[in-house]
Design a protein around this ligand. Structure first.
Ligand SMILES: NC(=O)C1=CN([C@@H]2O[C@H](COP(=O)(O)OP(=O)(O)OC[C@H]3O[C@@H](n4cnc5c(N)ncnc54)[C@H](O)[C@@H]3O)[C@@H](O)[C@H]2O)C=CC1
Ligand SMILES: O=C(O)/C=C/C=C(\O)C(=O)O
Length: 484
């Protein structure tokens, strides 16, 4: 049985208070997690502050770049251990975790190492009122101690998406992984020590949100900025905490993303694309599609084809390489998703497929499984069309005109992502401008170039991370003006 301890100042820290970590495939016990209290969170923040003044703060950029590459290489060298840990925590199928989660965990360090080696800063020469000259140039300084609060759906990927740029720009971090998925953040501590990252640069504190490590970290006055991915309501609580001390936040929050399929699309590719955007990671991707709008001439055919896809998934042991659909992350999350399956039924949905719990064999009958589910026939006011479910389900609505599709897609307080399927390049460009989202994919979904901006519009987030955009949050820009 595993023992998940806090990682503070390069050392493993136990506490007197532990909680269980369970595998959602069969509800078996993986291990016990040591919950950090105020004292441990305070020690982690102090260690991170001290590290800024120690060898880390004095490292040449080139040496920091080398260390970031070494961290990425360390993840790859321990690939199987990270993979097993992520699969046990989340129940993700082997194919998904080995192709997406763990490789991106390593790539998130490399991309920001390369960025920081090459990024220029601005400079302006100017004429002065006395007839002389001055030169202005920008210096980027690390922000300081960054609090990193993470969700459970892509644990290593989303944590390193924040830790990578934070360390590349010279900050130190205190990470609070989700209570559901403590394993890979903990394993990364071992890699940090192995490759020689100075003590205190990377710290991990375990626990929950309110009245636990999450709240203790985000309310700690020694934290200079907070980056968070998770639910919009949690973002509001963290923003209130960050108001004390006027500390900046970077948020990637919930979504209720639309998939829009025009009649001229490449039909097979569109069906495959929407099947992926709705059901990948059992629908637990913030960029995922829960509202599908299909142009009327192909509506019936599309619904039938997506139904066939949904019914073709192989649910099962994530270690079986033919499994391509896993459980939800926890029993608690399953209760939430099933409550929406019930609401859809109560509100009069036509259940095209699914809507319940699959029969799983043996030990897996104890797991957090739900059926891939498709609904039609609901008005746009229905709960499952308005609220984020974060499960493997979607509602499909027909539309006639482009304008109608845009209006329905934008009728939400969220604005994270959209996926549009058309072969008309003018329609594609118009949708890219009209949809109120941070990321609009056309004829694709979750196709990531890590140099691009990533984040949400409206209530789906604050700020953008990715490429040079990450510098806005992780550094303070200072202008130096020299009179010549
Ligand atoms: N990427 C996304 O957009 C995600 C969205 N969700 C949505 O959120 C729902 C709830 O999932 P949770 O894991 O409970 O998300 P959450 O937003 O409550 O938790 C995410 C992280 O924030 C921490 N946290 C919670 N409350 C906090 C507080 N007051 N102060 C500081 N830290 C706090 C949690 O411990 C966890 O590490 C899901 O059902 C799903 O709808 C969940 C995970 C990811
Ligand atoms: O590719 C990324 O950086 C992030 C992808 C997914 C999420 O942000 C999420 O599901 O929360």
């Amino acid at each position: 049985m595993s023992d998940f301890r806090n990682f503070i100042n390069g050392e493993w820290v136990s506490t007197g208070k532990t909680f269980e970590n369970r595998n959602p495939v069969d509800n078996s016990l993986i291990g016990m997690v040591h919950e950090a209290g105020k004292a441990e969170v305070g020690a982690a923040v102090d260690a991170a502050r001290a590290a800024l003044k120690g060898p880390w703060g004095k490292l040449k950029v080139e040496d920091r770049v080398e260390l970031l590459h070494a961290i990425a290489d360390g993840i790859n060298a321990n690939f199987d251990e990270f993979l097993a840990a992520e699969m046990a925590d989340t129940g993700k199928p082997h194919g998904l975790a080995s192709h997406v989660d763990i490789p991106r965990g390593a790539a998130n360090f490399k991309v920001f190492a390369d960025l920081i080696r090459n990024v220029p800063t601005e400079s302006f020469g100017m004429d002065t009122p006395d007839g002389g000259h001055a030169i202005n140039y920008a210096v980027r300084a690390p922000r300081g101690v960054i609090g990193v609060v993470c969700p459970w759906n892509l644990p290593l990927l989303l944590m390193t998406w924040k830790v990578g740029p934070a360390l590349a720009t010279g900050n130190t971090v205190v990470v609070k992984p989700s209570e559901e998925t403590p394993a890979t953040a903990t394993l990364l501590g071992k890699v940090m020590n192995d490759v020689g990252v100075p003590a205190g640069v990377y710290n991990v504190v375990h626990g929950f949100g309110p009245d636990s490590a999450g709240e203790f970290l985000t309310t700690h006055p020694g934290v200079d900025g907070i980056t968070f991915t998770g639910e919009t309501r949690t973002g509001e609580a963290i923003m209130r905490a960050a108001a004390s001390g006027v500390r900046p936040v970077s948020f990637e929050l919930g979504g209720k993303n639309a998939g829009i399929v025009f009649a001229d699309c490449d039909f097979d590719k569109a069906v495959a694309g929407i099947a992926r955007s709705t059901f990948e990671n059992s629908g637990q991707v913030c960029l995922g599609t829960e509202r599908v709008y299909v142009q009327r001439p192909i509506f019936e055919k599309f619904v039938a084809a997506l139904k066939q896809r949904a019914e073709g998934f192989k649910l099962g042991d994530p270690n079986d390489h033919s499994t391509n659909f896993g459980p939800l992350v926890s029993q608690e999350h399953r209760r939430k998703v099933l409550s929406y399956y019930e609401k859809a039924r109560a509100e009069g949905a036509t259940i095209v497929t699914g809507g319940g719990v699959p029969t799983m064999p043996g030990r897996m009958s104890e797991g957090a499984w739900v059926q891939p589910t498709i609904w039609t026939g609901l008005p746009q006011t229905a709960s499952v069309i308005r609220e984020e479910i974060f499960g493997p389900c979607c509602h499909i609505t027909p539309f006639d005109t482009e304008e109608e599709a845009v209006n329905m897609a934008n009728a939400t307080p969220y604005g994270l992502a959209a996926t549009v399927w058309t072969q008309d390049v003018s329609v594609a460009h118009r949708m890219g401008r009209a949809l109120e989202v941070g990321i609009c994919w056309v004829n694709s979904w979750f196709l990531r170039d890590l140099r691009t901006s990533f984040g949400g519009a409206k209530q789906s987030g604050i700020g953008r991370e990715g490429g040079v955009h990450s510098l806005e949050f992780y550094t303070e820009l200072r202008n130096v003006c020299i009179k010549l």
